[in-house]
Design a protein around this ligand. Structure first.
Ligand code: PLP
Length: 358
């Protein structure tokens, strides 16, 4: 089957096969990787290798810390303002979809949120252009969501925001292409789309920002404590860390992020072409300049056909094409683990369906 789930999403087959082979006896230990101490030499070696591979893939500069944290991106909607903003500070939020909206609303418990730009009134069908952002030079940081998983819009360039640290929720587009990490203050991503299983968050944070957290908070919330303890302040998600490491190795074997960027462009291009060339049978309403390469929502010309489309696609081995409940219709997520062949099969299915159902 081909899995188009938005998350938890497909993991590269080669990664799962390797994990299966190693499940009961990892690295000659005689035990599963899940059964080993995170403080042991073997696991520390794995953890260091995963970080080194991620640093190599994203060319992460030395003045950035990499953290492997428990939980999900939602937790960091709240924890980021705690760590980056002092009492009474404000932060700028760019709201270009569901997740940006949530990030801003969760942050409001800990920082004065200034919505510096929003495309809500346009149903998030386009992106607020950088020129329209009303940024405050005194803001503690600027937060945005480069790829909105539900609405299917994506910023294709990193916006210039001057001296204020740029914070990005890259849950659904991290590792999809090369990235200039030095343009960011903080990048975070829930793992369950392009990295591995849920329950793990990968964070890349400029080290000077670790010193910002001035207000009282428990150690477990403080990024500086996690960095000082190599993400082992408490027991990390060892299984997630292990699978993330296998995914990073797989990405290197695939030719790194340049190769992924090519593949992702081809995949998305093929699907958008099929939608746009369907004579209105299928529609994607997003401003073409803002279309996401990772998440492609689309509707059928008659929603009465939705149930048949889902039933028949599943029977054809095409999984999880049902759109998010907020938008209805369909959504195909094309993360790194989805090969071009999957999109070719999907596009052929869409043509056949249209021919069958008229
Ligand atoms: N941010 C984005 C862009 C997402 O796609 C998601 C979806 O899962 C989240 C945040 C929420 O992540 P989590 O469920 O890991 O908290």
């Amino acid at each position: 089957v081909w899995n188009f789930s938005a998350g938890p999403a497909a993991i590269p087959t080669a990664v799962l096969e390797r994990a299966q082979r190693e499940l009961l006896d990892w690295n000659g230990s005689g035990a599963s990787v899940m059964e080993l101490s995170h403080r042991g030499k073997r696991f520390i070696g794995l953890a260091e290798q995963a970080e080194a591979d991620l640093r190599e893939l994203l060319k992460i500069p030395a003045d950035y810390a990499v953290l492997f944290l428990q939980g999900g991106a939602t937790q960091h909607f709240a924890q980021i303002p705690l760590n980056l903003a002092g009492e009474g500070d404000s932060a700028d939020y760019i709201v270009n979809g569901h997740w940006g909206e949530k990030a801003a609303s969760e942050a409001a418990s800990y920082v004065r949120v200034n919505v510096a730009a929003s495309s809500r009134n346009e149903q998030y069908l386009r992106l607020p252009p950088r020129a329209s952002w009303q940024l405050d030079p005194r803001a503690a940081y600027v937060h945005y969501t480069p790829n909105e998983t539900i609405h299917g819009v994506e910023y294709h360039d990193v916006p210039e925001v001057g001296e204020v640290p740029l914070v990005a929720d890259m849950s659904s587009n991290i590792l999809a292409e090369p990235l200039d990490v030095s343009r960011f203050g903080l990048i975070y991503a829930g793992a369950q789309k392009n990295i591995g299983p849920s329950g793990l968050v990968v964070m890349i944070i400029r080290r000077d920002l670790l010193q910002r957290a001035a207000r009282p908070m428990a150690k477990i919330f403080r990024y500086a404590e996690h960095a000082a303890n190599d993400s082992m302040l408490n027991t990390p998600n060892t299984w997630g860390w292990y699978l993330a490491g296998l995914t990073f190795q797989w990405l290197k074997e695939q030719g790194g992020l340049e190769a992924m960027a090519h593949r992702n462009r081809d995949k998305a291009g093929l699907l958008y072409q099929a939608i746009d060339g369907s004579g209105g049978y299928y529609r994607n309403p997003i401003d073409p300049a803002a279309r996401s390469r990772m998440n492609v929502p689309f509707t059928l010309h008659d929603s009465a056909l939705d149930a048949d489309f889902l039933k028949e696609s599943e029977a054809a081995g095409l999984l999880a094409l049902k759109g998010h409940k907020a938008l209805g219709g369909m959504r195909a997520s094309l993360y790194n683990a989805v090969p071009l062949e999957a999109v070719q099969v999907l596009v052929q299915f869409m043509r056949d369906f249209a021919a069958r159902h008229g």
